[in-house]
Design a protein. Structure first.
Length: 255
């Protein structure tokens, strides 16, 4: 595919979704996986503005070109990997670089450029169910949303077929878990603060003695209601096991 003369190149984020071992699979499997991929792309691109995204078919997957939204490209790549649980083996490569219309291309069917080719090479390099991104993409993510780039940590170096080296980055899984725990802790603190504020407000209205006296009355009521629901059964004497008697006690009884 050649570049259209006079076509203007733009810089975009490209998430390349590669189906693992696609060429080696039977035709029926290829058709099934291709249909699954199309369904996944329809879901993960729904949140992206239609004017800012272009989906390109590839021989072993697809490329999602996203204009002006590196974070959206990253989210699309991460969400695509969730399809692995449904039997769609993917690897994802993300790059930020130049893309433009190809010779005779129209809309979704004709784009090329370094942004796409490097993303495809990264996807080839990535292990199954893995997402890798280039240094260029990480820098674009930092420019668009300062601080967001910290979710990507160094993951090695790729030398592409053109003998160019690309520094690679992958999602920081441990950092994500730490952030999730931090958010959970903040939620607990916020709940306790809200509860304490409510208690303080009630005390200010009712006074300490009335408030705590009401709590004690309610606690006693709950305890009484709970005990009233407990049933006790009387065990007939015939079902009571006899007491254990040791050897010495048995010998004495016989004497």
């Amino acid at each position: 595919m050649t570049t259209t003369p006079g076509a203007t190149a733009v810089r975009a984020s490209v998430a390349f979704l590669k189906i693992q071992e696609f060429a080696r699979r039977p035709v029926m499997d290829q058709m099934r996986l291709r249909a699954q991929l199309e369904a996944v792309i329809a879901v993960i691109t729904a949140e992206l503005a239609s004017a800012s995204r272009i989906v390109l078919d590839a021989s072993d997957g697809a490329a999602i070109v996203v204009l002006g939204d590196p974070s959206g490209a990253l989210r699309a790549g991460e969400r695509a990997l969730a399809a692995d649980a449904a039997g769609l083996p993917l690897s994802v490569g993300i790059n930020h670089g130049a893309v433009q219309l190809a010779d005779g291309g129209k809309g979704d069917d004709g784009m090329n450029g370094d942004g796409i080719s490097v993303a495809a090479n990264i996807a080839d390099f990535a292990a199954p169910s893995r997402l890798l991104a280039s240094r260029a993409f990480r820098d674009a993510l930092a420019d668009a949303n300062p601080g967001a780039e910290t979710c990507l940590v160094p993951a090695g170096v790729l030398t592409d077929p053109g003998l160019r080296s690309h520094e690679l980055f992958g999602p920081d899984v441990r950092g994500l878990r730490r952030r999730q725990l931090r958010f959970a802790a903040l939620a607990v603190v916020a709940f306790l603060a809200f509860l304490a504020a409510g208690v303080a407000y009630r005390i200010s209205l009712e006074g300490p003695e009335k408030f705590f006296g009401g709590l004690q009355a309610k606690a006693a009521g709950y305890l009484s209601a709970g005990l009233s629901r407990v049933k006790f059964w009387e065990v007939p004497p015939s079902q009571i096991a006899p007491p254990f008697r040791g050897k010495a006690a048995r010998d004495k009884g016989r004497g």
